[in-house]
Design a protein around this ligand. Structure first.
Ligand SMILES: Nc1ncnc2c1ncn2[C@@H]1O[C@H](COP(=O)(O)OP(=O)(O)OP(=O)(O)O)[C@@H](O)[C@H]1O
Ligand SMILES: [Ca+2]
Length: 932
């Protein structure tokens, strides 16, 4: 397949396509052949937009208003003969540029890795085995299976189509799904059929909305239909988070404030007799001090690193802004099956004609026995049981596979162990295992009974699935399984003690009672029914067939809760987050599971889908506060539940896996898709994808979300308080008519070199202990709220005041040595900030946290200290930074002055947080929050 001739694949019969592509309609390509083609043909990807090259990331660091001002300052210094100043400013600009470059490149890299993680998968058959592979590895000739919710991974010629419907708006603009088939299209050689009419092809990028099918890949990557128009499509912009937008606005305001302050300081300085050039440089460095130009980059890095931590905990963020929203989640609505439970189902009981059979066995191994009243029975001798087993086995798309593994023990003796696994839907897998147990471990035998001619796939609205089978005698029959009450509603007869009996009200009641009894043991209960089809012709609409059924019996399967779920729900509880279970399962089953995982604590209410149907939106909104379990709901109900909760002011996280879940996922504040069982449609609609489908992962993501936001607040606090300190030192000195306490180059150094590393380290700080003991943050909350603004101003003021005091005391002692006093002021400022950085880790006080916990921070602070000592003591640097050696007395003064802002505030923090703690304990344990 070196080059693909442009072919009208739709004019060929399926078999001819398979042959032309040297493939096999049953086995697919071999793995080796697929790899060979991949190497030749290239990945199945649309050519990506060019990424920004690294050098341009670097150059961008210098395209900045502040840098421009600094360059002008450099030029002026140069022309005035101040060469050392000029060199120093250039060096500082460079160092700052390099730091910014490293940060940005790092953020870019981790966001790119994220994109690759979230890339689509395809279900492919190679060498007769089915597996999931990244869609990018598909090659022409590959066999691909399709299900509702799949994004079609390449251009396919369909080999089978079972009520397959595809929405092709990505390609044709037509949003009504098109029915697909496998029929070959006859056309005159010259004419072409429009894409929308090529019914036997399925195109890359379009979406399966219903049915199932399979096809052979005829084109990949840029040779697909969508690849041909790929350059026309505008790719989505990378969204900035609300916080980033707000910070941008704040940056603009700060520029204005900085300029005003600068003008005032220059004017005051000149008024007091300072040289104009000195004051100009001082003004420029002050402007640099006031503008937190490093902030946006550090926010991006903190978000990117936070996202990586989430990935490590199996949560993949698809949309960066949701990182912030996660921390605000006040309700988590979770699917039950697979998310709260393990999705490892085992049938433990079957029931018919008022007799209950216990089924034994372990795992998915097809060995086990049926017991009735403690005595072993043979299912083959029981007509109704046999019929039930037949339906369970035939109306089923799962497969049971076995892998043998040889191990040798220490003595070298070989031992072979077998691992049984289920491929497909776990509910169906459990039924396959049940059937295999009944058939004496023989998973193949029943296949000889008949031939499947049609399937009416399961969907979560009907809650059942049927197939039409042609028996060996040529008679067609319908085999159906599904939710017990749904099955009963469509049945008119029942197989009762071997007789075909009309389904009387009493018998109906008996079945329902038994269903509840089994559900009460947390079992998922499925019913089985059949009917013989008279006068059926293949291809006839099957929708009308699921009625007048003969009910046979029930099977109950356990699906144990995941172990991590109970602690995770407790954590939510503490964190003021309400957990809600949403399930298609029976009310009683749902309740039993809810009790097992500690979801209902005596006050939770259970609401069923049909009760919900009878409620107005207002009624539901009122109810939603109290409901903890929604049972027997359809995906459409989820949307109403999300809206109801949102109308109560909640920030709603909602999980989903199926196609129909997409609207609810989109509408919710945090849409969550399942990584394993989820369809492409839901993943694309989601903000967050769970790699392990696990509820506990959602809670972990919320925790990280809160932590990331807290960390952003920490370094904003640090950087801004530092800036306030720097400005105030200069501002007050000028107003008081003192000499310059800091020379411009020192201000630049503090701002662009010593501040950066500690701020970065705060971005990856550990969470404060009580992060998950607080109620969710209000989504509209200002970043400076909860005392942050006050802390910035007050600590900044203290830092500025103490620096000025140290300067003044030193100068008073030796009025002729200005350089000495300036050096003391410089080092005091640096040390005050490096001590203050530890205060920023806690919203209470510096004493609330272990100073050495954040290793990065400790290293950042140490290296900043080493740098400043170098600047102060190295002979070569002294003339550049206008510094001089310090003695022990100076250091004593510096450390006391530098410590005061943090320790005075710290003592205050200890006193007030003591009060806060006690008042918090009086709060009711469970509280959900509404923004007022
Ligand atoms: N493959 C199937 N064939 C027939 N009936 C099924 C099948 N799977 C589930 N059911 C029935 O449909 C009901 C609802 O299933 P649905 O898939 O909507 O719920 P779920 O997604 O498995 O549960 P949850 O919503 O908790 O994740 C089940 O309780 C079961 O009775
Ligand atoms: Ca589900």
């Amino acid at each position: 397949m070196d080059t693909q001739p442009i072919r009208k694949w739709y004019t060929l019969a399926a078999a001819d396509v398979t042959e032309a592509l040297h493939s096999d309609a049953a086995q697919g390509l071999t793995q080796q052949e697929a790899e060979r083609r991949l190497a030749k043909q290239g990945a199945n990807q649309l050519a990506e937009q060019k990424r920004k090259p690294l050098y341009s990331v670097f150059v961008d660091q210098f395209k900045d208003f502040m840098v421009l001002i600094l360059f002008i300052a450099t030029l002026i210094s140069y022309f005035l003969g101040e060469y050392l100043d000029a060199i120093a400013i250039i060096a500082i600009i460079l160092i700052n540029g390099i730091l910014g470059f490293i940060q940005e490149a790092k953020a870019e890299r981790s966001l790119q890795a994220l994109k690759e993680l979230a890339s689509p998968m395809a279900r492919v058959i190679r060498g007769g085995h089915i597996s999931m592979i990244p869609a990018s590895r598909l090659v022409p000739g590959d066999l691909v299976q399709l299900e509702a919710g799949d994004r079609i991974p390449a251009d396919l010629r369909l080999l089978s189509a079972n009520r397959l419907e595809v929405e092709e708006s990505a390609l044709t603009g037509e949003s009504v799904p098109v029915g697909k088939n496998v029929k070959r299209l006859e056309t005159a050689q010259a004419s072409t059929v429009p894409l929308g009419d090529q019914k036997n092809l399925a195109f890359m990028g379009t979406m399966v909305t219903g049915g199932t099918g399979s096809g052979i890949v005829v084109a990949t990557g840029m040779s697909t239909e969508i690849g041909k128009i790929a350059h026309l499509m505008n790719t989505a912009e990378e969204a900035e988070t609300p916080l980033q937008l707000r910070l941008e606005q704040m940056g603009k305001i700060l520029v204005v404030v900085a300029l005003l302050l600068t003008i005032v300081v220059i004017a005051a300085g000149v008024w007091h007799g300072h040289e104009l050039f000195t004051m100009f440089l001082a003004g420029v460095s002050l402007a640099v001090a006031a503008i937190p130009e490093g902030l946006p980059a550090i926010v991006t890095v903190a978000l990117a690193l936070g996202v990586q931590r989430m990935i490590r905990r199996n949560a993949i963020v698809r949309k960066l802004p949701s990182v912030e929203t996660l921390g605000c989640a006040s309700v988590i609505c979770s699917d039950k099956t697979g998310t709260l439970t393990q999705n490892k189902m085992t049938v433990t009981q079957v029931w018919h004609s008022d007799s209950t059979y216990e089924v034994s066995g372990s795992g998915y191994a097809p060995e086990g026995a049926f017991h009735y009243l403690g005595k072993m029975v043979s299912p083959a001798r029981d007509g109704a049981l046999s019929q039930m087993i037949r339906i369970a086995d035939r109306c089923n798309n799962a497969r049971l596979t076995c892998e043998e593994q040889s191990t040798r023990n220490l003595l070298g003796m070989g031992k072979t162990s077998r691992f049984w696994q289920v491929v497909g839907d776990p509910t169906e897998g459990a039924l396959k295992v049940l059937a295999a147990k009944a058939l004496g471990g023989n998973t193949e035998r029943s296949n000889q009974q008949g031939q499947r001619v049609e399937e009416l796939p399961f969907d979560s609205d009907r809650k059942m699935m049927s197939i039409v089978e042609k028996g060996t005698d040529g008679v067609y029959s319908l085999l159906t399984k599904g939710a017990a009450e749904a099955m009963l509603a469509r049945s008119t007869h029942i197989l009762w003690k071997g007789e075909l009996t009309p389904l009387s009200a009493t018998l109906r009641h008996q079945v329902l009672e038994q269903t509840e009894r089994m559900a009460g043991k947390a079992l998922r209960v499925l019913g089985f029914a059949y009917k013989t089809l008279q006068g059926y012709r293949p291809g006839q609409p099957i929708g009308s067939l699921e009625n007048n059924l003969v009910f046979v019996g029930l099977a109950g399967m356990i699906d144990p809760p995941r172990e991590e779920v109970r602690p995770a729900i407790n954590l939510c509880h503490q964190a003021g987050i309400k957990t809600v279970m949403i399930t298609g399962d029976h009310k009683v089953t749902a309740e039993a599971i809810a009790r097992q995982i500690g979801l209902t604590r005596g006050y939770g209410e259970v609401l069923e889908g049909r009760e919900l149907d009878n409620m107005s939106d207002e009624q539901l909104a009122e109810y939603a506060e109290r409901v903890t379990v929604y049972a027997r709901v359809s995906p459409e109900h989820k949307l109403r539940i999300v809206r109801a909760l949102q109308s109560q002011g909640h920030v709603v996280a909602m999980t989903g896996d199926g196609v129909n879940d997409a609207p609810a996922i989109k509408t919710s504040d945090i849409g969550i898709a399942m990584g394993i069982t989820g369809t492409d449609v839901t993943k694309e609609a989601a903000d967050l994808v769970l790699r392990d489908d696990n509820f506990a992962t959602i809670v972990a993501a919320v925790e990280e979300g809160r932590n990331i936001y807290d960390n952003i607040r920490k370094f904003i606090r640090y950087l801004l308080a530092s800036n306030v300190g720097e400005i105030l030192v200069m501002f007050f000195a000028m107003l008081l008519g003192l000499p310059l306490p800091l020379v411009p180059i020192q201000i630049l150094w503090v701002n662009l070199v010593t501040d950066g590393l500690p701020a970065m380290a705060l971005g990856v700080d550990q969470a404060e202990k009580d992060t998950m003991y607080q109620k969710p943050r209000n989504k509209a909350e200002n970043i400076f709220s909860r005392g942050l603004g006050w802390k910035i101003v007050s600590r900044g003021f203290l830092i500025g005041a103490m620096t000025l005091l140290a300067f003044w005391l030193t100068l008073k002692e030796n009025p002729n040595d200005l350089v000495h006093a300036q050096t003391v002021a410089f080092v005091t400022l640096v040390m005050a900030q490096l001590i203050h950085v530890f205060d920023c880790r806690s919203q209470y006080s510096v004493f609330h946290r272990n100073v050495f916990e954040n290793k990065y921070l400790v290293w950042a602070v140490l290296s900043s200290i080493v740098l400043v000592i170098g600047v102060v003591y190295m002979d070569a640097l002294q003339p550049i930074f206008k510094t001089t050696d310090l003695n022990l007395r100076d250091w004593a003064l510096i450390l006391v002055a530098a410590g005061v802002p943090t320790f005075v505030a710290g003592i205050g923090g200890v006193l007030t947080s003591g009060r806060q703690r006690t008042s918090k304990e009086k709060r009711p344990a469970m509280r959900t929050v509404r923004p007022d």
